[in-house]
Structure formats: C-alpha cells, structure tokens
Design a protein around this ligand. Structure first.
Ligand code: NDP
Ligand code: 8X3
Length: 249
C-alpha cells in the first residue's frame, strides 16, 4: 500500500507519515523545506518502508505537475492521498486584512489542494480504487472573529470534499474529510509570521490535540473495510466545544 501525504515536514503530515510507516505502508511525502523533508525521509526509511520525497511549492501548478510526473511508474499506484498541506497566515479583521496573507491561504489551502487532486484523482480512477483524505478544520464548519479568509478556505475544502465524493462515486474512490479543532503544531507560528511567543500563548493553559491524535484518526479512517467510508469527522480537544468556546486553566 502506498500513501501520498502533502505537507509532511511538520505537524499532522509528519506524524501521519510516521504512523503509516510503522504499519508498513510505503510513502510519498511532500513539502517545501528540503532539509526537513530529507530528514523525515531518512527517519521513515529506518522503519523499513520505501519513501519518495518530492520538494515543491503546492501553490505552483508547474511545480506540482513536474513533481507528480517525476514519480517512477512503480510508485504511481497511490492508494491513499492525504491532502494535508495548508496554513493560516495572519489573523485580522476583513477591513485590515493583508492581501498577501489572503493569497497565500487561498493559493495553498484551496488551489494547492485542487492542483494535487487533479493530478492524483485520474490515477485512482484508472486503477478503480483509492481514498482521498482532506484535512479541513473546525474553521470549515464555523467562522470566528478575524478568521475570515482562513475560514473561507476551509469552508471551500468542506465543499470540495463533498463534491469530490459525488464525482468519484462511480469509480469506487472513497473521500473523507477530517476537521480538527486546535492542535499544537507549527500552525500558530506560521499564522503569526514566525512570532513564537505569540504562538505559544494560543496553547497556554489549554490542553490541545496533538498531531499524533490526528494521525491516528487518519489511519483509522483509511483502514475501514472496503465497503465502509467515513464521510467526515470533527475531532476536538476535550477542552474545546466550538471554534471559540475553550476552557483554560
Ligand atoms: P504545520 O505548519 O505544522 O504543517 C503544515 C505543513 O504544510 C508543512 O509540512 C508545510 O511544509 C506544508 N505546506 C504549507 N504550505 C505549503 C506549500 N505552499 N507547499 C507545500 N507544502 C506546504 O501545521 P499543521 O500540521 O497544523 O497543518 C496541517 C493541516 O492541518 C493544514 O491544512 C491546517 O490548516 C490543518 N489544521 C490545523 C489545525 C491546527 O490547529 N494546527 C486545526 C485544523 C486544521 P513546508 O513549510 O515545508 O512547505
Ligand atoms: C486551525 C484551527 O483554531 O484556527 O484550523 O480554527 S483554528
């Protein structure tokens, strides 16, 4: 079995790659940070599986096409695609929003996910099987103050998840979305443009999910019997009821 995970250099993607590797799955991992990607690849290989790393920016269609075209034919039969690469950039009102931040989020979370899917879904259609797992968010189910564009991109992922499932139904391809609440990863450091102090405060006094919690959920979803598909899941920390209702110590 072969799994392609986008954004495997940190957080959910990295933890998911490790869990699949522990279960003997071969992997194709992607990300922009080449050194990190190489380190992750080497660690995964120590678990005895075959790993191909593809370093590219998911926002660039030509890079996506070239990367997928470079996959050797014996690794083209991808069983599971985890559309995970994504980010929030900035947290501000719509009237103060930074257009560069908006473009980064739309280009990564929506267009990047589409570019990859457009390359991989036809391969799955050809082999009449496959599973696409889209990483959405509670921000794709609810909207919170200052989250405007990030929430819009994750609502788009929610809609695409439903649309993909309908279009791929005749081809026997499963489509699932996993929609988590707060997970401590590099997400907030990226959202706050590298401000680690500000990022740390997001999780202060709070017990968030871990990337491993989401990896386990993805793995469970991917290993249901052939006739079972998990359409979507919302998974939250016990200390978080909605996007904005949290309990802190
Ligand atoms: P991280 O920042 O730890 O990981 C994000 C991953 O996405 C990295 O591997 C990064 O790799 C990759 N990535 C980002 N931009 C690009 C790009 N342009 N091209 C290629 N790869 C890219 O965050 P998380 O693990 O938390 O995020 C993973 C997913 O989970 C995202 O879609 C996020 O929206 C979602 N999510 C996160 C939540 C949270 O609270 N953390 C909650 C709900 C959903 P690199 O920088 O090397 O390119
Ligand atoms: C990321 C988590 O809290 O910004 O999707 O909605 S949050």
């Amino acid at each position: 079995m072969l799994v392609l995970i986008t954004g495997a250099t940190s957080g959910i993607g990295k933890a998911t790659a490790e869990l699949f590797a522990k279960h003997g799955y071969d992997l194709i991992i992607t990300g922009r940070r080449s050194e990190r990607l190489q380190d992750v690849k080497q660690d995964l290989e120590k678990l005895g599986v075959k790993v191909l790393s593809l370093c590219f920016d998911i926002r660039k269609l030509n890079e996506v096409k070239a990367a997928i075209a470079s996959i050797p034919s014996e690794m083209k039969q991808i069983d599971i695609l985890v559309n995970n690469a994504g980010l929030a950039s900035g947290l501000s009102t719509i009237q103060d929003g930074d257009i560069d931040d908006w473009e980064k989020m739309i280009d990564t979370n929506v267009k990047g996910l589409l570019y990859i899917t457009r390359e991989i879904a036809p391969l799955m259609v050809e082999s009449k099987k496959g599973h696409i797992i889209n990483i959405g968010s509670i921000a794709g189910k609810e909207v919170y103050a200052n989250g405007n564009v990030y929430c819009a991109t994750k609502h788009a992922v929610d809609a695409l998840n439903k649309g993909m499932r309908i279009d791929l139904l005749p081809h026997g391809i499963k489509v699932t979305s996993i929609n988590p609440g707060m997970i401590e990863t590099e997400f907030s450091v990226v959202r706050f443009h590298g401000d680690e102090e500000k990022a740390k405060k997001v999780y202060e006094g709070f017990n968030p999910l871990t990337p491993e919690d989401i990896a386990e959920t993805i793995y469970w979803t991917a290993t249901r019997p052939a006739h079972v598909n998990i359409n979507e899941l919302i998974i939250m920390p016990t200390a978080q009821a909605t996007a904005t209702n949290t309990i802190r110590k």
